[in-house]
Design a protein around this ligand. Structure first.
Ligand SMILES: Cc1cc2nc3c(=O)[nH]c(=O)nc-3n(C[C@H](O)[C@H](O)[C@H](O)COP(=O)(O)OP(=O)(O)OC[C@H]3O[C@@H](n4cnc5c(N)ncnc54)[C@H](O)[C@@H]3O)c2cc1C
Length: 525
């Protein structure tokens, strides 16, 4: 992307931001706008001013935009510089990838096997979990091999482009809310009270699985000695004045359902934990952690590939998956593989391979930037979200990001960050921490996916032997590791561990065929 912001210039102090500087900044930002900026603006209008008329929403948006363009962004950019050029390599991948072009880099004559027991498509958090658990539990008789196929490199999707938080997932109240809304459309046979109750059961099932996921991630990192900068210090989420009631309700529901990871903390505690200055209580996920997401995935593959049960072929795109009698024929850019099971770990890319998921798995772009400098007060190893953006410190580097805008299916994975959003997010950082000098060196985007009820799918997608884990709503660390464990256990017929993804809640039929989906029994629990 062209850089249209003031670059590597001596910046005027904030107090002396001139009209000329403001005008030039506005012109540069407007000239740099691309299609995604307009899509993101629509997201902003629809999410920031709920419950108002279209006219009121657009009016408020225009006032907000003017404030951003004339005041907030120029005053922020007066203290910011942009490297020439700003790299589009995500911060986490800037130091290289130990699995780059595997195995072709070291073995250019390698060939795909003609057969495997299991083919996994995708090598991010989810593919990494499947490979890791297969490496640990599959019998070593040589008949049960797993082949992981990745069209880019290991962790080149969202797993190498995110904020680096191991989250407990979405809190109970949020999950109950999104599921409840969707139940109006798919469970018209239930009355409102029954739908409330069902939505709450979905939320409890989600949180239960996510809590175990968080503990499994921690235990695995400790037991295996993975070097991925893991620290468990929670995740603070600022809330504005008008969000206080909903925060209190969400903490109330967490207590009521026993999902007590989610609580609220005072502005003083927010400052102590994060350095962020707020005037209202914030949400706090106690058990969330931070880590280096790409190193986590690299470590999972290091463990898996040290066994003879898992093979990885990167830069190998899967073009089609066909069911042929009792097995599958996987067509790739390098030839065919026959297998007994397929697992799709393709998250936002899924509709491109399986068009039946169009509009059920909705690719949604979010973006981040990193650089040097930033507020000295920002604390490392803790998740920090403002009401509209996230911030993190990693040594000398800071990382910021925002946005959740749906993009067309073919745009999944395309790196197309918006300079306007970067400038806006730096402004948000300034609002919470005060002015500080920043040099932006990296700017990128990633594509997560949302289902219509913002609830993940983990299970069989064709009623036979083809599985999927997807729709993790931007909280992939909360689902992928435990989800991968459970699918591996199902394939291996291993029943000595709990399965946290019951079909009533998580099976893809919930989205693909809601009328025939086996919904949770209303009387149970
Ligand atoms: C800016 C940003 C911040 C985020 N912050 C957080 C956070 O702090 N915590 C959190 O939990 N989540 C966060 N997320 C979301 C998180 O990164 C994702 O939920 C997670 O990475 C999904 O993992 P995955 O392995 O399922 O998908 P991906 O990492 O996207 O992996 C899918 C892989 O499949 C491959 N693939 C797709 N189609 C094919 C094909 N046809 N053939 C072969 N290979 C294929 C892709 O190349 C890709 O590597 C964030 C995301 C972004 C973009």
């Amino acid at each position: 992307m062209e850089t249209h912001s003031p670059e590597n210039e001596t910046s005027p102090p904030t107090s002396s931001v001139t009209w000329w500087f403001r005008l030039r900044t506005i012109c540069q930002l407007l000239a740099g706008m691309r299609r995604h900026d307009f899509r993101a603006a629509r997201t902003w209008i629809n999410t920031m001013y709920p419950g108002t008329s279209r006219f009121a929403r657009y009016t408020k948006f225009l006032i907000w935009s003017w404030h951003q363009l004339w005041r907030q962004i120029p005053e922020t950019l007066a203290n910011a510089t942009f490297a020439k050029p700003v790299s589009r390599t995500p911060y986490w991948l800037a130091d290289g990838n130990p699995w780059e072009n595997h195995p072709w880099k070291d073995h250019p004559d390698a060939a795909l096997p003609a057969r495997a027991h299991v083919v996994v498509i995708g090598a991010g958090f989810t593919g990494g979990s499947l490979a890791y658990h297969w490496g640990k539990h599959a019998p070593g008789d040589g008949n049960q091999s797993m082949v992981v196929l990745e069209m880019g490199d290991v962790s080149s999707g969202s797993s190498g482009r995110n904020e680096g938080l191991v989250v407990m997932g979405r809190y109970c109240h949020m999950v109950a809310g999104t599921v409840r809304k969707h139940l109006d459309a798919v469970r018209a046979d239930l009355n409102a009270g029954q739908r409330d109750q069902l939505a709450r059961k979905f939320a409890v099932a989600y949180c239960r699985a996510a809590y175990r996921n968080g503990d499994l991630v921690e235990r695995t990192i400790r037991d295996e000695g993975f070097d991925c900068d893991y620290a468990r210090q929670g995740w603070v989420q600022a809330r504005d004045a008008d969000q206080q009631q909903s925060l209190a309700e969400s903490v109330g529901l967490a207590k009521e359902t026993g999902m007590t990871d989610w609580t609220s903390i005072t502005p003083e505690e927010v400052r102590e934990r994060t350095g962020m200055q707020v005037t209202h209580n914030a949400g706090f996920s106690i058990a969330a952690a931070s880590f280096h997401p790409a190193k986590w995935v690299f470590s999972l593959f290091r463990s898996a590939l040290s066994t003879d049960r898992v093979q990885l072929y990167s830069r190998t795109r899967v073009i089609r998956v066909e069911r042929v009698q009792n097995s599958y024929r996987v067509q790739t850019s390098r030839g065919f593989i026959e297998c007994d099971f397929v697992v799709n770990a393709t998250e936002a890319y899924t509709p491109l391979l399986h068009p039946q998921f169009h509009d059920r798995i909705r690719p949604t772009q979010t973006q981040a930037a990193s650089g040097t400098g930033g507020p000295a007060e920002i604390k490392p190893h803790v998740g920090i979200s403002g009401a509209r953006a996230f911030f993190a410190r990693h040594g000398e580097a800071i990382l910021v990001g925002s946005d959740a805008t749906r993009v067309p299916d073919p745009e999944a994975g395309i790196i197309q960050p918006s300079r306007f959003i970067t400038a806006f997010v730096l402004g948000e950082l300034r609002n919470y921490y005060g002015p500080s000098a920043v040099q932006v060196t990296h700017e990128w985007s990633g594509t997560v996916s949302y289902t219509p009820d913002e609830y993940p799918i983990v299970g069989l997608m064709d009623g036979h032997r083809q599985y999927i884990i997807a729709g993790m709503a931007g909280s992939g660390t909360a689902v992928s590791f435990n989800g991968g464990r459970c699918i591996v256990n199902r394939i291996l017929g291993k029943t000595d561990e709990p399965d946290d993804y019951p079909v009533e809640y998580f099976a893809p039929s919930r989205l693909l065929d809601p009328q025939h989906h086996r919904w949770p029994d209303q009387k149970s629990e």
